[in-house]
Design a protein around this ligand. Structure first.
Ligand code: UT7
Length: 323
């Protein structure tokens, strides 16, 4: 049985760091409020020369280097983003071009903060069906460009960045001891649109729009939705939370992460948390967190890793894989 195995990982962050203290100068907020309610202490904000495509390309190059591969070895690119460089062509095609690739195919995936989970699941399906052999899966965002910087309830929460992994098809035994993606669980429910959305778009206002969120409403749903898909992914394999080495959650809010881990009985020592340094980078947050924990030696070959996310739509999902 073919398994989609992680061959390499990489990340890229904008040069500029914006601390909570800096935001105190521009909106009516405090470092204490932001840290207490979210766990965020700083975020990265893209400069004029940094875009979702440029950051995504840097993350992709880092992942290729880490895998010991070149763009010639890749036959598919899938990019999870809600902040594309252009309405079209896809940011994935832009990145393909920046990598000097004229072979293979590239496309974007839009599932907001759950984008990377959807993209890994899609790449895994393409690999297992024989449509692709090696896939660059990228999450890249510049949410700073769609924030209303006068709205303190949203502008303090988000940041920019990119992360990438290379997935490669490898023959496995078909057991849960195999390396690679073992199970996935995806969900969406569009009836929640008004709780988290962007108030513009090509087919409505003809503008890009700004992010709008009823934070408390999103929070109310988050833990239940996250834990449901995690339990579903475990159930598909017969594996349990006790066997998990690392939970790598979407980094929206430290309180949501802690409450989800607690509900599942996963100790915090097994949870990768980067929201303090990156803020919420939407589809980039999971591959950024993976890159941090794999580079510092926490996530190691053979480890059982659960990815999970929940975001606009609502969309939510989980992927269970062996690193
Ligand atoms: O990645 C996609 C998914 N998104 C999420 O998961 C976000 C989910 N939601 C959250 O993380 C939290 O709801 C927030 C961090 C957005 C807000 O935390 P909260 O504990 O739910 O606060 P709240 O919205 O209930 O607001 C509490 C108070 C309000 O004042 P009043 O009405 O009690 O007087 C807000 O106006 O905090 C006020 N407030 C702020 N105060 C200082 C809201 N934003 C700020 C701010 N600084 N930046």
């Amino acid at each position: 049985m073919i398994r989609s195995v992680v061959r390499g990982f990489g990340a890229a962050l904008p040069k500029r760091v914006v601390t909570n203290r800096e935001l105190e100068q521009t909106v009516d907020t405090t470092d204490e409020w932001i840290v207490q309610r979210t766990g965020i202490t700083q975020r990265y904000v893209a400069g004029p020369d940094e875009t979702s495509a440029s950051l995504g390309t840097d993350a992709a190059r880092a992942a290729l280097d880490n895998a010991g591969l070149t763009p010639d070895d890749i036959d598919m690119i899938v990019v999870a983003t809600s902040t594309p460089d252009n309405t079209f062509p896809a940011t994935a095609v832009n990145i393909q071009n920046r990598l000097g690739m004229t072979h293979g195919y590239a496309f974007d995936m839009q599932a907001v903060c759950t984008g990377f989970v959807y993209a890994v699941t899609t790449a895994d399906s393409f690999i297992r069906s024989g449509q692709a052999k090696r896939v660059l899966v990228i999450g890249t965002e510049t949410f700073s460009r769609i924030l209303d910087w006068s709205d303190r309830t949203t502008c303090v929460l988000f940041g920019d960045g990119a992360g990438a992994i290379v997935l490669e098809g490898e023959e496995g035994e078909g057991t849960v001891a195999d390396r690679g993606v073992l199970a996935a669980s995806l969900r969406s429910d569009g009836s929640h649109k008004d709780k988290l959305y962007v108030d513009g778009g090509p087919s409505t206002t003809g503008t890009v729009g700004h992010l709008r969120m009823e934070g408390r409403e999103v929070f109310k749903h988050a833990v239940g939705m996250i834990t449901d898909v995690i339990v579903d992914a475990f159930d598909k394999t017969g594996l349990t939370a006790e066997e998990l080495d690392w939970l790598v959650p979407h980094q929206a809010n430290r309180r949501i992460i802690e409450a989800s881990a607690k509900k599942l009985g996963i100790p915090l020592e097994k949870v990768v948390i980067t929201v303090d340094l990156h803020g919420n980078t939407s589809a980039a947050s999971i591959p950024l967190a993976l890159a941090v924990a794999a580079s510092d030696g926490r996530i190691r070959k053979g480890d059982l890793v659960m990815l999970e996310a929940m975001g606009g739509g609502f969309t939510w999902g989980a992927v269970l894989l062996r690193w």
